[in-house]
Design a protein around this ligand. Structure first.
Ligand code: MTE
Ligand code: MO
Length: 299
């Protein structure tokens, strides 16, 4: 079944409150069309408050620039994004090292307003601009024996204090199963709030997989490799009992040291409170990818 994903959070979520359709209008419209799922989405949408540009760019995890939440905003200006190149290799028909503009040339850039749920139990809502990873992989020509996609972040020791201090084993690496990588929700984001990607958020191009914990959404990518075996991933290699390869957001599987049942939405002002964490971070359309898995064992 070919389907093109549509935003559940719409531009209305980042426009002034007065311009929102109210819930009754959305529900009435959905009801008239017999679209129960749409009505459900409208309910979820109404509860959402997008985070400000300021919040999204000052509270970050990017250990190459330090482990504090304010460190990336302070230090990532040093990231050198000039003449960025991305290598696409492994089990593809068209491998190569491409200037970013060439890698993305002619591919559709879309806005995707997604919840971002960190494994540390905080969350945000981010209006990304990006390209479906599938579009990039289709052009690379994925070979039939490829089963996983591996990603690698740039390493610039002279520009990255966290790399110089060795706070993790760099380069930061991540991976997805091929069907996850090809899912229409999975994007390579190149901007947010209609601005080029801020350096602290992973300029010039980073992965966004909204139904997985944030650590899967690897930043400042320089390599995409199609491989046959499950790739090594940074947090899983560091602490396999705490961070799984799949890392699907799941309120019923706790981190060994804290509950994953609820999360703290960054900002939120008057409505700031802990809220329930949703299975797959609310993106139920991915459930069919995991039908045959024991989600407690393969977390
Ligand atoms: N290269 C790299 N990518 C990374 C990280 C990192 O430390 N290094 N942190 C991850 C984690 S834990 C999260 S929650 C998200 C945070 O993305 P944001 O700062 O844009 O909100 O980036 C992910 N991608
Ligand atoms: Mo995270």
């Amino acid at each position: 079944m070919a389907y093109r994903w549509t935003n559940d959070l719409t531009r209305a979520d980042v426009t002034p409150r007065g311009l929102f359709l109210n819930r009754r209008q959305i529900m009435a419209g959905a009801g008239a069309l017999g679209l129960g799922a749409l009505a459900g989405r409208a309910a979820a949408q109404e509860a959402l408050e997008p985070n400000s540009f300021e919040e999204i760019t000052t509270y970050n995890n990017f250990y190459e620039f330090g482990t504090g939440k304010a460190d990336p905003a302070k230090n990532a200006a040093a990231l050198d994004t000039d003449d960025w190149q991305v290598t696409v290799d492994g089990l593809v028909d068209n491998p190569g090292t491409f200037p970013l503009a060439e890698l993305l040339d002619g591919l559709a850039v879309e806005e995707r307003i997604y919840r971002l749920r960190c494994v540390e139990a905080w969350s945000m809502v981010v209006p990304w601009q990006g390209i479906e990873l599938k579009d990039i992989l289709d052009r690379a020509g994925v070979q039939p024996n490829a089963r996983y996609v591996a990603f690698e972040t740039a390493v610039q020791p002279e520009n990255m204090p966290g790399v110089r201090r060795g706070v993790l084993d760099f380069p930061y690496v991540e991976g997805l199963r091929l069907d996850e990588a090809m899912h229409p929700l999975t994007i390579m984001a190149t901007g947010l709030y209609d601005k080029p990607m801020p350096k602290q958020n992973g300029a010039p191009i980073r992965l966004v997989v909204p139904w997985k914990y944030g650590f899967k959404s690897i930043k400042s990518i320089v390599r995409i490799s199609l491989v046959e075996e499950p790739p090594v991933t940074t947090w899983n290699a560091l602490a396999p009992a705490e961070y799984g390869f799949y890392a699907n957001v799941n309120p019923t599987v706790d981190h060994p040291r804290w509950s994953q049942a609820t999360e703290r939405r960054i900002g939120g002002g008057l409505f700031s409170s802990r809220q329930d964490t949703l299975m797959y971070n609310g993106y139920d359309e991915v459930a069919s990818l995991y039908e045959d898995m024991d989600l407690k064992a393969q977390f």
